[in-house]
Design a protein around this ligand. Structure first.
Ligand code: ADP
Ligand code: ZN
Length: 213
């Protein structure tokens, strides 16, 4: 299975992509997670990426394509689920070239649709566990003990790019840079439109059906 998740920030790509990867034994490849790890480890790439990410802007295509090349070469052969990649036309074209060289192809593109106002509410109230990554929503699904993870007891934190003005910019960047690649995948007949404004299980069932069909 070679799947791409499209969809604006806050549409649930991470949650659904992880679950799909688990169900089908494929590799979950999140460029956002890889970049955040690089920031934590204070690598040269991390220091460079942080400036763009803190502002809610995209990290340059050459950095992202470098990450993806490495991931595909080391983990690509058992199937993969891209979460947060590609995000620009140049990335989509770069991916196409890489896949061709490796004799691979994309089997499905999942486009998660959620209204902007719902996205803003989700991200504004989002907290994450710094140990296991479980996410909570302080309005809808708060943790049982106010600042500890229910699953592992880890510390909870807010992503610095979940601040209101940065969320607005991330949505704007999505409309300008990422939305145009929807047509690229539509014209290849790979696109599945999924309503992401439902409960997690319902969304997952639709996605599982779409990748199977
Ligand atoms: P979200 O989808 O909620 O914005 P991600 O974790 O996917 O969260 O991405 C967080 C940030 O990481 C983005 O705002 C961007 O700065 C950077 N990033 C992640 N993936 C890419 C990519 N494919 N191209 C450019 N920048 C990226
Ligand atoms: Zn946890």
């Amino acid at each position: 299975m070679q799947v791409i998740f499209l969809g604006a920030p806050g549409t649930g790509k991470g949650t659904q992509a992880k679950r799909l990867a688990q169900r089908f034994g494929a590799e979950h490849i999140s460029t956002g997670d890889i970049l955040r790890d690089a920031i934590k480890e204070n690598t040269e790439m991390g220091r460079k990426a942080k400036i763009f990410m803190d502002a809610g802007n995209l990290v340059p295509d050459d950095i992202i394509l470098g990450i993806i090349k490495e991931e595909l070469l080391t983990k690509g052969n058992k199937g993969f689920i891209f979460d947060g990649f590609p995000r620009t036309t140049a990335q989509a074209e770069g991916l196409d070239r890489m896949l061709r060289d490796l004799g691979m192809s994309i089997s499905k593109v999942i486009n998660l649709n959620v209204p902007d106002e719902v996205i803003v509410n989700r991200l504004k109230s989002r907290v994450l566990c710094d140990n296991c990554g479980t996410d909570y929503n302080m309005q809808i699904r708060p943790p049982k003990i106010s600042d500890k993870c229910d699953v592992c007891g880890g510390e909870l934190y807010r992503r610095s790019d979940d601040a209101a003005d940065i969320i607005e910019n991330r949505l704007k960047v999505y409309r300008q840079k990422t939305k145009p690649i929807e047509d690229f995948y539509r014209s290849k007949g790979l696109m599945a439109e999924i309503d992401g404004n439902r409960n997690c299980d319902e969304v997952f069932d639709s996605i599982a059906k779409a990748v199977a069909g």
